[in-house]
Design a protein around this ligand. Structure first.
Ligand code: FMN
Length: 404
């Protein structure tokens, strides 16, 4: 497998040298392309020495010492010969160039000529990362099917604290491996995933719901599909696009989610219940809008169907992964849920306070397994957490089978 490693002009350019190594360790032959700005931070010689291949530093090939031209249209040749393009650090400038199809240097020209999978690992100052222009460019690139390895939170070189630090080298190299389909360890699996909140109507215009954004469930669906699974995603109302290659069933209420899950349970080999299903609803919804009065209003709500408990009863030898969002006693509550709902694993996350997972692109969870083990996962992008959940799930299934 041949990877082109594009290096942009950011402080994190020095980390790209380590990434070149990590890609080679995973079986890639690596050719580096550096922007002019990248060469202000690290020398081409570093990459040439590490990869054993010429580092490309300019669009216009110069004559070699022997007087011959390497290739007049090298950007096309490099694009055609590569299986993968990984850009790290992807500067705000490169994201903008790629999103808009500008082709003013070797890397952006080669990007336009390249038709294979693209992995982008942005790194920049928090304000640049959060700027509406960068957000819009990322959205365009995501929609184009590129893999974005989100930056981490942390202390940045500019002295600010926030998102913008280049993702971990293992995460970027892992995304590269997945992007070229080297990692297909979920092939043959059918993964049924629920995501998002549910909405329980109070009258024709009002409803009760919760703060779930669906991002964790959608990240799980995206990762599972990339790793070769057939994915059935039962989604509550969210503002997210369906990941490529995933069958989405859109539902609104807990009752509809219950029916959609029960209809598909037989097909699944792994079930992940990441949705934040409402616990209560109004059984008899008035057909007319409730009028505002000066009087206090009380509503009597009834419990919704307990989808997780019912799946636990019917699961057979399917792997069942539940989620527990708790404000206190995280692991104890997860263990209780594991037992009472017959889950094989509960992904427990603390909600409330500044580290809440709701609406965030990141999460920090503890995996609580039916074998008694626990695995705390460090705060990371939800896609990264999703990958680790499946890694642990596959190991857990082997352990459960071995114990039978
Ligand atoms: C010291 C320094 C650090 C920089 N760090 C970053 C960075 O981390 N991310 C980024 O997007 N731009 C950063 N920039 C700005 C880019 O270098 C600048 O936008 C440049 O045009 C990017 O060129 P390229 O995208 O062709 O590599 C930095 C600039 C300087 C002077």
């Amino acid at each position: 497998m041949r990877a082109v490693l594009g290096v942009g002009g950011g402080i994190a350019a020095y980390k790209a040298a380590e990434l070149a190594r990590a890609l080679m360790e995973r079986g890639f032959a690596v050719q580096t392309v550096m922007t002019a700005a990248a060469q202000e931070f690290i020398t081409p010689l570093t990459f040439t020495s590490l990869t054993g291949q010429k580092t490309i530093t300019s669009l216009f090939a110069r004559e070699s010492a022997e007087g011959t031209l390497a290739s007049a249209v090298e950007h096309i040749g490099v694009a055609q010969g590569a299986d993968l393009l990984v850009v790290a650090p992807a500067t705000a400038d490169l994201l903008a160039k790629f999103a808009h199809g500008l082709a003013g240097d070797f890397l952006s020209t080669m990007y336009l000529a390249f038709t294979g999978p693209v992995v982008l690992a942005p790194a920049m100052n928090t304000a640049m990362w959060e700027h509406a222009a960068t957000r819009a460019n990322l959205e365009t690139l995501r929609r184009r099917g590129h893999v974005i390895v989100d930056p981490q939170d942390g202390l940045l070189a500019c002295g600010t604290v926030g998102p913008g630090r280049l993702a971990g080298i293992d995460a970027i190299a892992g995304a590269a491996v997945e992007a070229v389909g080297l990692r297909r360890d979920l092939e043959g699996e059918t993964v049924l995933i629920t995501a998002g909140p549910t909405r329980e109507p109070l009258d024709p215009v009002r409803f009760v719901s919760n703060r779930s954004s669906g991002k964790m469930g959608y990240a799980l669906a995206e990762v599972a599909a990339r790793r070769g699974a057939r994915v059935l995603l039962v989604s509550g109302p969210v503002a997210l696009e369906a990941p490529a290659g995933v069958d989405v069933v859109r539902v609104e209420t807990a009752g509809e989610m219950h029916d959609a899950v029960m209809e598909r349970i037989e097909e699944a080999t792994i079930i992940v219940k990441a949705a934040a299903v409402a616990d209560y609803h109004l059984s008899h919804v008035p057909t007319h809008k409730m009028k505002k009065t000066a009087m206090r209003l009380s509503l009597e709500l009834d419990p919704t169907p307990d989808i997780l408990a019912e799946v636990g009863q019917k699961k057979g030898d399917r792997l069942l992964i539940g989620f527990a969002a708790e404000t206190d006693n995280l692991v104890e509550e997860a263990r209780r849920k594991l037992r009472t709902k017959k889950c094989d694993m509960v992904v427990a996350n603390l909600v409330g306070g500044e580290h809440t997972a709701f609406e965030s692109d990141e999460n920090e969870v503890v995996l609580v397994m039916s074998t008694g083990e626990t695995a705390p996962l460090k705060r990371a992008a939800k896609r990264e957490i999703a990958g680790e959940i499946f890694d642990h799930a596959l190991k857990l299934r082997l352990a459960l089978h071995a114990a039978q």
